[in-house]
Design a protein around this ligand. Sequence first.
Ligand code: AGP
Length: 614
Amino acid sequence: MCGIVGYIGPKEIVSVLLGGLEKLEYRGYDSSGIACVLEKEGCAKLVSVKEKGKLISLKGKLAKTKGVSGHLGIGHTRWATHGAPSTENAHPHGDCTGKFFLVHNGIIENYAELKRELIRKGHRFSSETDTEVAVHLIEEYYNGNVLEAFRKAIRRMNGFFAFVMITAHEPGKLFAFKRSNPLVIGIGAGENFVASDVPALLAHTRRVIYLDDNELAVVEKDKVSVLQLESGKPLRKEISVIKWDTRQAEKEGYPHFMLKEIYEQPHVIETTLKALMKSRRVLFENINASVEKRLKKIQRVHFVSCGTAYHAGLVGGYMVEKCVRLSPRTAVSSEFRYENPAINENDLIILITQSGETADTLAALREGKARGALTLAIVNVVGSTIAREADCVIYTHAGPEIGVASTKAYLAQLMVLALFSVYFGQLRGALPAKRANGFMKDFLKLPSQVREVLKQEKVILRCAQQLYQKRNFLYLGRGFNFPNALEGALKLKEISYAHAHGYPAGEMKHGPIALIDQTQPVICLAPFSCTYEKMISNIEEIRARKGIVISIASRGDGEIQKLSHYVFYVPQTEEMISPILTVIPLQLFAYHIACLNDRDVDQPRNLAKSVTVE
Ligand code: AGP
C-alpha cells in the first residue's frame, strides 16, 4: 500500500531517495517524506522533511529547505490507512528525542493499546498514525543496543508490516524488518538499498535479496546482515538477479502507463506461452510430482481473489468446468476469509493476484492452508508474499504493471488459467488429447489476434468522444464473457469515476431493463458463442427501448452491425478463450472515456496499486 526506500553509500541521499520514490508512487501517493543522517563534526543528527500530496509537493518543499544532505536515509510515499492524508501523518515518523526515524508499510493492529501505554509513560505523539507507535516503542526500549530495542519493539506489535529505520545512535546503518508486506534489499558496490519493490532499485543494481517474513536486516554500505526475529540467529540469504529491463518500468513514450500496458498485451501473451508451453505441451515448472499427485485427487476447486483478479477467477471457473468437468466456486477473498470455509485436503484453492500482496487474498491463502487445502497462487510479482507462501505458484509473465487499473496482468491471468485448465483436464483424463491440441493451436494465434484488436483504437476513441459525458453505463455478457461485463464496468468506474454496472445479460428482464431509455449506453459482449442468439435478443430488447448499443462482436458478423450504434470487432476464436480478446476494447473504451474526462488515469483517486490492508 505504501512505497518505502532506504539508502546507504557514497551518493547524495536526497536524489537517491526521490528517484526511488518516483518509481514507487503507484503504491500510494497521498503524502511522502524523507529522513536522513546529517554528519556534522563527528556527531550524527537526523533531519526529516515531509509533505501532503504527491511527490512533486515534497520535491518543492525540499528545494526550499536548506542543509538536507548526507549519505544515509529513508523515504516513503503513503496511501492512508490510519489518519487522513496530511503532512503530520506522512512518514517518516520520529520519536520524542529525534534520534530515531522510521517508515512503515502495513498495519499495526494493536497500535491503540500500545499508544495508550506509551502516553502513560510520557511519550508525546504528533500524528494519528499507527506507525508512530513503532518508533516511540523503539525509543522506549532503547538502552544502548539499537538492534535489541528494534527486536523487542517488533515483538510487541501485532499485524503485518515492513519497517525501515535509521538512528543517530548508529548512523552507519539501516534497520529493516519484513512481515507480510514486501521488502527487498538491493546489493550495490560500496552501497546498499532497501525498497518495497524492485523498480526503485533498477537504476542502481539488479542484485537483490528478498526478505522473508519475520526477518530483520542490518544494512551497512558494504555489508548486509539478516537475522531471524525470534532467535536472533543470523541467516544466509541468496542473491537474486533481476532480469527486468529498466525501460520496462518506464512509460516508453506512451502518455500513461495504462496505455503502454494495454499495448504490451501481445508480448505478454507471447511471453506467457513461451514460459508455460513447450512443444505444444503445458509445463508448469513449479508443479512438482507431489503437487501433481494431490491435483489428481482434488474433489473441489475454489478460485479466491479480489477486483479484476476476481473476474479472472470467474473466467477460470468456466474454463475448469469445461476442461476438467469439476464445478469450481469463485469467491471474493474478503468473503472467503471470514466464512469459516468447509474445506480440507481434498480442496484446491487457486489464489489469483497481480501484486501478490493483497491482504484479503493473503489471509484467504492462510485460511486455506490452515485447513489442509492445496493452495496454488497465480501471481505476477516474483518473490511476493503470496507467491512464497502458497504450496505452489504459477507466475504470470506480465512484467511490472504500474497503472492502478489492471490490464495486461488480467490478460496474463486469463492465459495462465486457460493453460492450467487444459493441463488439469489432461491430468485428470477429462480432456481428450485431440481437444487439448486444438486449444494449443488456438493459444498460438492469440498474440496476432490481440494485435488485430488493438488496431481498433481509433474506432473506440470516436465512440468514446460521443459518450464520455454519460454518467451511467451498463455492461452485459453471457457464459465465458459474463465476467468481462464485470471487468469492463470496473475498468470504467475506477479510472473515469462514471457509474458502471456489469450484469449477466439473462438478468436484464429481472430488473436492469428498467434502466433502458435513449440516454442509456449498454455495452454488449456478443462474440459468436453458444449463447449468441440470446445476446441478439437482449440487444433487440435494448433497441426497442431506444437504448444506445455498443457491441463487441466477432469479425464477419454483419447482422449485429444493423442492431448496434457502435461495433468493435474481435477475431473469431474458441469461446473459452474469447474473453482474452473481448476485454481489450473494454480496456481502451474505459481509457479514452477517462482521458476525455481529464482523469488521473494511472493514479485514480482513492485507489492504490496494491491493497495490503483490509
Ligand atoms: C483492478 O483494476 C484494480 N486495481 C483492483 O481491483 C485489483 O484488481 C485488486 O485490488 C486485486 O489486486 P491484486 O491482483 O494485486 O491482488
